[in-house]
Design a protein around this ligand. Structure first.
Ligand SMILES: Cc1cc2nc3c(=O)[nH]c(=O)nc-3n(C[C@H](O)[C@H](O)[C@H](O)COP(=O)(O)OP(=O)(O)OC[C@H]3O[C@@H](n4cnc5c(N)ncnc54)[C@H](O)[C@@H]3O)c2cc1C
Length: 298
């Protein structure tokens, strides 16, 4: 199978952790409903004093201030870019991130633990600076050939790079020749980021001929066997639409979001390969090596 040629990042300044760019917060709004346990924010940063040029599918790093418990400087945390290359305001001078506040209870001590970077970002006030590194990433990018089918699978904040892809494709580019399938997992319909009544950035493109979107709402829907519905269940229903293209090397798969999502999705594609007498692990390696299987889970 030949290599899929991806879009090439435009030359621009790439900031290192030793010398980050101070990006001012222009917007910080909560995306999840007030009563949701998940606190996810849409963050817009000002890049106008930099020469940063990014592409859909890349990430930036955020360097939290201060030091860790060993007295060492905090390490950079990566965040997928949620805006297309021109930014949500079209100036090419802003970048949008979609950040989930990490809060959990340490089972050993029973203490609440708050993630360093995600809380720093979600608490940032408009006008404050965040230390930014990057942009980085050369794999999770769109193919150059628009006849290629795109299969995007997201859970939670994993929607960020796909919001960027979809905005670029339908808003700036205007169209895409191949078929685009988006599978998005959330707990409830109110928590479908960028696809709800208040913020319908992605939902507005549902009517496009080449775009189909499927939501898996784990706390709202049940499978016929009584299980919670996850993205893999929605993918399993689309064999006819997805598998022939992937088998023929005409599709690119992107998975982004919670680490736990990968195994379930992998199993569905694996079962289709098996039905056709193929060795899925070997085929997946080929898909990976040629840029057709792209995973960014965290
Ligand atoms: C390529 C890439 C792209 C990413 N994109 C995004 C994005 O778009 N949006 C986004 O929100 N995040 C994204 N992340 C994750 C992000 O980089 C951080 O890892 C995340 O925000 C947590 O960082 P933190 O500093 O807040 O938490 P930390 O202070 O680093 O603490 C998190 C630690 O707590 C552990 N932990 C977390 N939850 C629990 C739990 N419930 N129980 C026990 N332990 C737990 C984790 O394993 C981790 O070790 C991305 C990561 C990568 C690698």
């Amino acid at each position: 199978m030949e290599l899929i040629t991806k879009v090439i990042p435009t030359p621009g300044t790439v900031y290192k952790p030793s010398d980050p760019f101070l990006a001012q917060v222009i917007e910080n709004t909560r995306l999840t409903p007030k009563d949701s346990a998940d606190d996810i924010h849409n963050i817009v940063l000002d890049l106008s004093r930099s020469e940063i040029a990014y592409l859909e599918g890349q990430s930036v790093g955020i360097l939290p201030p201060g030091v860790d418990e060993d007295g060492k400087k905090h390490r950079v945390r990566l965040y997928s870019i949620a805006s297309s290359r021109v930014g949500d305001d079209g100036t090419s001078k802003t970048v949008t991130l979609c950040v989930k506040r990490v809060v959990f209870t340490d089972e050993a001590t029973g203490q609440e633990v708050r993630g360093v970077a995600s809380n720093h970002i979600c608490d940032a006030k408009v006008g404050e600076d965040l230390a930014l590194t990057g942009p980085t990433g050369r794999k999770f990018l769109l193919p150059q050939d628009d006849q290629v089918n795109l299969i995007m699978v997201a859970v939670g904040t994993g929607i960020a790079p796909f919001r960027a892809f979809i905005k670029y494709i339908f808003h700036e580019r205007g169209s895409w020749g191949g078929k685009i399938s988006l599978f998005f997992g959330a707990k409830t319909g109110f928590e479908t980021l960028y696809m709800n009544q208040e913020n319908n950035d992605i939902g507005q493109y549902y009517t496009k001929e080449t775009f189909q979107a499927f939501q898996a709402l784990s706390r709202q829907e049940k499978t016929s066997t009584g299980e919670r519905v996850y993205v893999q269940h929605k993918i399993a229903e689309q064999r006819e639409s997805l598998w022939p293209g992937l088998k023929a090397g005409k599709s690119v798969v992107y998975l982004c979001g919670l680490k736990g999502m990968e195994a379930g999705v992998d199993k569905v594609f694996g079962s289709w390969a098996e039905q056709d007498g193929m060795d899925w692990e070997a085929y997946k390696e080929e898909l990976k090596a040629t840029g057709r299987w792209n995973v960014e889970v965290y």
